[in-house]
Design a protein around this ligand. Structure first.
Ligand code: SF4
Length: 304
């Protein structure tokens, strides 16, 4: 069996910074209650590791950020890498919570672009996934903005508007292109700002360049959009067996074959140690005497 580790993989700069900021906050405020508003990054092992540092994660998949915020009574609130709306910021300040903001610079940039287009009087189209915290932060920040998830969502607003189009940073480039084509067909004058971040784009391109793999393992959380997009792109690219697992604990060894070429990558919110554990296990795999699957060690997961 040949194991092909795909690069780049693992934490992007936004995730790395968010985790470093959370750890620093815990170190400097040992007596203060610290709560993350939603998952700091979309990985449940990271949330469990943060809990060991006395950082709580307040996360209910169907609750809005404002509903979650209403449950934080005191202490420090950490805003996640996905960003929040200005109304969440104002409400946290009004309630005298101390804010630590881990919003990724790339998400800030998208907010700034939209604000500038809005100030110029342009009509705003945003390609994103309803319910994703990044999209939620954008939709709550701007009053008149059209959310477009599929080509059918492109609204009919007449031909004479100036239109500004941008997107969630972790979308699949294939999906974006598809929708952008539909928008330009209907509104040739539309100004497009493709905001797929470099980390997402590079990971997607690397998956498209995988040479003749029989299978691909994507290590990442089911709620991580960029993880899901890697699975989707690999499947569209023609890799026959694509498996997403959260960690080595979910690896199905029945899929392993002696002569196969198996590639491994991970989403941008997956700790490097989780992916390394999968790669090491596969490299050491003995088909005659397979070792039991190891467990994940949360206690050292966030060590740099
Ligand atoms: S995936 Fe991109 S936008 Fe999201 S945190 Fe990482 S660098 Fe920032």
């Amino acid at each position: 069996m040949e194991v092909i580790p795909i690069a780049p993989r693992g934490f992007c700069k936004g995730v790395f910074n968010a985790i470093r900021l959370a750890k620093k906050t815990a170190l400097e405020n040992p007596q203060v209650k610290i709560t993350v508003l939603g998952q700091l990054v979309h990985n449940r092992y990271v949330s469990e590791a943060l809990k060991l540092l006395n950082i709580d994660t307040l996360d209910e998949p169907h609750a809005s950020r404002i509903e979650l915020l209403s449950k934080i009574k005191d202490g420090i609130v950490i805003f996640t890498a996905h960003g929040v709306s200005s109304s969440i910021r104002e409400e946290a300040l009004r309630r005298n919570l101390k804010i630590v903001d881990a919003t990724c610079d790339d998400v800030w940039n998208t907010h700034a672009l939209i604000k500038s287009a809005q100030n110029e009087g342009q009509t705003l189209f945003y390609i994103g996934k309803a319910g994703h915290p990044e999209t939620q932060g954008i939709m709550d920040s701007f009053s008149e903005i059209y959310l477009i998830e599929r080509t059918e969502d492109v609204p009919d607003i007449g031909k004479h508007h100036k239109i500004f189009v941008t997107n969630q940073t972790t979308m699949s480039k294939n999906d974006i292109e598809h929708i952008i084509h539909a928008i330009i067909k209907q509104y040739p004058q539309a100004h497009i700002a493709n905001e797929i971040c470099a980390a997402t784009r590079l990971r997607q391109q690397a998956v498209e360049r995988i040479p003749d793999a029989d299978a691909l393992i994507v290590v990442g959380d089911p709620r991580s959009n960029n993880t899901q997009m890697l699975v989707k792109i690999a499947t569209q690219h023609g890799i026959a067996n694509v498996h997403r697992i959260e960690s080595i604990e979910q690896l199905d060894t029945a899929l392993l074959k002696k002569n196969m070429r198996i590639a491994v990558t991970s989403g941008a919110s997956t700790p490097a140690k989780l992916t390394r554990q999968v790669i090491d296990y596969l490299n050491d795999y003995d088909f005659d005497h397979p070792a039991p699957l190891p467990r994940v060690d949360i206690t050292t997961l966030l060590d740099e």
